[in-house]
Design a protein around this ligand. Structure first.
Ligand SMILES: NC(=O)c1ccc(N[C@@H]2CC[C@@H](O)C2)nc1
Length: 235
């Protein structure tokens, strides 16, 4: 899988792509990540990438020419999607990550700054995606989240055992609590059931924890899960 990051700050991605499972996946050749800087596609002396907004107002807008030239400079690997990260996009979900991880070979992620990008650049954009309902100074942070979440789902990135374990959001519920050694830490004990070796009881306890946590913390997800269950029961 090829990721192309259109970014004014390629150095932003250096460290996060050099650590952890994502670095290993890249080292294993499961993915290649390329940064392309629109500033390299400016023709003026000052390498201008932004300008004042037509219609007035505060802030600056990224100019269309450098962005379009950067996008057109990329190799095309199909199937591909060109994605712009913005609060106006469709929300990132595990289902969206699953969809992208299984349906494209190239993801182009366009990272904006300032007030945003000239609307005419949307001509080159297939999809607008949002990390959540909040505003950040840059699109690089959501781009990194999307790269991480999608690459994590590609075969070989996380261990087999882990990839078969249902991700909390894959089955629509929050994750159960996790514990490791020591069995007692500052007087805090690990739930007995997890030390019992009774795998049926452990699975039941974990499922119960998922249901209780989802009900208590995310009633929205819990209702959706219940509706999904009643659909399954009625078929
Ligand atoms: N919620 C999000 O995913 C998100 C994405 C981008 C962003 N900020 C950039 C800077 C200017 C414009 O390109 C958009 N903020 C929030």
């Amino acid at each position: 899988m090829r990721f192309d990051l259109i970014t004014l700050f390629p150095e932003f991605f250096h460290s996060p792509l050099q650590s952890g499972l994502i670095a290993k996946a890249i080292a294993k050749g499961l993915a290649e990540v390329h940064c392309t800087n629109p500033r390299d596609f400016t023709c003026d002396r000052h390498h201008k990438v932004d300008d004042e907004p037509y219609g007035g107002g505060a802030g600056m807008v990224l100019k269309p020419e450098p962005l379009a030239a950067a996008l057109e400079s990329l190799p095309v690997v199909t199937p591909r999607q060109v994605i712009y990260l913005s609060p106006q996009g469709e929300p990132m979900t595990q289902a969206l990550f699953q969809d992208l991880a299984t349906s494209v070979e190239q993801l182009v992620l366009v990272c904006g700054h300032y007030e945003g990008i000239d609307e005419r650049v949307m001509t080159w954009i297939d999809r607008e995606i949002s990390l959540g309902d909040f505003v950040l100074t840059c699109g690089e942070i959501p781009a990194l989240a999307l790269l991480n979440g999608v690459l994590r789902l590609r075969p070989g990135t996380i261990g087999k055992e882990e990839s078969h374990r249902c991700d909390s959001f894959s089955d629509g519920l929050l994750d159960y609590p996790h514990y490791t050694r020591p069995a007692e830490f500052r007087g805090l004990k690990v739930p007995e059931v997890l030390l019992s070796g009774n795998h049926g009881a452990i699975a039941a306890w974990r499922r119960q924890q998922q249901l209780e946590r989802t009900r208590d913390r995310r009633p929205d997800l819990y209702q959706a899960w219940q509706a999904q269950q009643s659909d399954l029961d009625s078929h």
